[in-house]
Design a protein. Sequence first.
Length: 212
Amino acid sequence: MNIILLGPPGAGKGTQAAKIVEKYGVVHISTGDIFRKNMAEDTPLGKKAKEYIEKGLLVPDEITVNMVKDRLAQPDCSAGYMLDGFPRTIPQAESLEEMGQKIDCALDLEVDYSMLIDRISGRRMCPDCGASYHIKNSPPKKEGICDKCGAKLYQRDDDNEETVKSRLKEYDEKTLPLIEFYQKKNLLLKVDGNGTIEETTANVYKALDSFK
């Protein structure tokens, strides 16, 4: 299967991506990983992307599309893949079609925004050992202190409530048209992601199995 993974920030795409890879044996292709690899290897595309990133600018579609195209040409993608973080826009989705890539389904993890805000804004991180907590779902034994190393926990700038709301608004503006794009092609699979990780995984498996 060739799958596109959609879902707002905090929907648990990373967790569910790992579950999908494990069950269906597809290759997980994350645009973030592709960017990092190309920049680390100093490829021509990586150099171009770095110029934009260092200036705090969005990498143009043309560069992103070419990186994805190179990755999809690798032999390990022939048995199926899952795209995570691409496409983000209608032009990117159209470029995927122009590559001749056959997409079997676009899996959309749906989570109530009020729940997402609570999930993300409640996250706390340890600056020393990298441990992650949540003030409601998995709090440390002592408030504000890491269980593992005793360091003082902090909230990432990206995780404060106003930033989360801004990210969700941006997601709506950019990605909702994409959801409609795949819905019109009868390729959209909507999955309820409001439950526990296990419940969401069961919903994902059920949706994909029904689509195969």
